[in-house]
Design a protein around this ligand. Structure first.
Ligand code: ATP
Ligand code: MG
Length: 405
């Protein structure tokens, strides 16, 4: 957990930069949830206070309130999405900018080690995971939490005794969502890995088809493919079953809550400590309670993906360029006298590519560097361009160490 916090920390300034937008989206999240939660409460008032009393005036008033709540819900939902997406996309733009700028600032040595295809796939994939989180994941998660809190708040406000009873199955639903959700997520991750494996197998067979057919390796090739396909079939089936069991368990628990409302709400109504309106309102709130739990695991998976991407993006952003510019660079007109003094250099820190190189190439003179392939000619040019710094010795231009420019 501590480790996760450390990765997340880097991204906090991206978010705090748009405090106002995020604050506004939270305000509208609050008003939209509240206005949707107020509707069952108004229905209860209509049933208990006005239908019984045959008060049409009151009923009209309640209906108007319900319509007002619906309009507020409509407007605040749109504003909430508007502000969240605006903040999210601004954050994404900053993040893309920083990643790009960082990539440009990295040393040639980094790119000679990391294939560019890998860098691009990783960055685009991780950026997309962050995008998912910012554009929908986090809002949905917060929205669900708000819905849960409000629904629980309202039922306890209306009738604490009944609320305490009908809420009993909820902890089981939470446990199911967490435990089965976690299991499901891990299975789907395996499924994704297996898809990649299937694709690799397919690709390798395609590119090697001439060799495979020449040497009659079709049988062994299909056996390999089949064993991955078999794994895929098993894991995918298991993942789907887990998902169905999760959703259905929560469904069943919601029906248990409904049954509890009917039994105990009914008994309390007969006793006079609850009303028909209470029962109607409870039925609506219980629906808002179980809905979020049903797809909580989907949202957690978005969150988990984003956190693991944060870790990777953070690692990438922390890659340092070993070639440092000086604090106060020397500016002067350059004639172009090049000198290498006792230069030792190694790419990998083990094998010395250049050993004790002393070389002078004065301005205006032609100097030829001759050697076998792999002798280190291009390496010398790399050092003069300062793509790398020598391990020992100096590269001088006009008698000034190039590290000082
Ligand atoms: N980016 C790199 N990372 C690690 N090792 C490298 C890198 N570039 C070159 N080398 C190694 O350093 C040694 C010198 O390579 P260099 O390219 O300087 O040779 P060269 O003299 O220019 O050869 P050629 O005549 O083939 O161009 C070789 O053994 C090479 O494998
Ligand atoms: Mg070369």
């Amino acid at each position: 957990m501590k480790e996760k916090n450390y990765y997340i920390k880097r991204f906090i300034p991206y978010i705090t930069k748009y405090k106002l937008l995020i604050f506004l989206s939270l305000v509208f999240l609050f008003t939209s949830t509240l206005s949707s939660m107020v509707i069952p409460y108004l229905s209860k008032q209509a049933i208990d206070n006005f239908i019984k009393a045959k008060n049409t005036q009151g009923l009209i008033k309640i209906s108007i309130f319900i319509i007002i709540a619906a309009v507020i819900l409509f407007i605040s939902k749109i504003l909430q999405i508007y502000f969240t997406n605006l903040a999210g996309q601004k954050i994404m733009k900053d993040l893309r900018h920083d990643l790009f700028a960082h990539m440009e600032s990295l040393s040639v040595s980094f790119f000679s080690k990391e294939p560019s295809g890998k860098i691009i796939t990783r960055i685009t994939n991780d950026v997309e995971n962050m995008n998912q989180l910012l554009s929908s994941g986090i809002v949905a998660l917060l929205g669900d939490v708000a819905l849960l809190v409000f629904a629980i708040g309202f039922i306890f406000y209306i009738n604490p005794k009944l609320a305490a009873i009908v809420i009993l199955p909820v902890p089981f639903a939470v446990i199911a969502a967490v435990v089965l959700g976690d299991k499901m997520e891990r299975l789907y991750e395996k499924v994704r890995d297996l898809v990649v494996k299937l694709n690799i197998e397919m690709q390798e067979t395609l590119s090697g088809i001439v060799l495979i057919q020449t040497f009659g390796a079709e049988k062994s090739q299909i056996q390999k493919f089949e064993s991955i396909a078999e794994d895929y079939k098993k894991v995918f089936h298991k993942a789907q079953m887990t998902s169905i069991i999760l959703k259905q368990s929560i469904n069943v628990l919601s029906y248990v809550s409904i049954a509890l409302i009917i039994i105990f709400g009914g008994i309390l109504t007969v006793k006079g400590t609850a009303t028909v309106g209470t029962i109607v309102a409870f039925l609506a709130y219980i629906n808002s309670l179980y809905g979020p739990l049903r797809d909580l695991s989907d949202k957690f998976s978005i969150l988990q993906n984003a956190i693991s991407s944060m870790k990777k993006l953070n690692n990438f952003l922390e890659v340092d360029n070993p070639i440092k510019d000086p604090e106060t660079p020397v500016y002067k007109d350059i004639t172009g006298d090049i000198r290498l003094e006792d230069v030792f250099f190694s790419y990998d820190g083990k094998n010395m590519t250049l050993k004790n190189i002393n070389l002078e190439a004065p301005h205006g003179k032609k100097v030829a560097i001759v050697g076998f392939t792999g002798a280190g000619k291009s390496t010398i040019a790399n050092l003069i361009l300062r793509f790398y710094d020598p391990d020992i010795g100096k590269v001088l231009i006009d008698k000034t160490d190039i590290k000082k420019f």
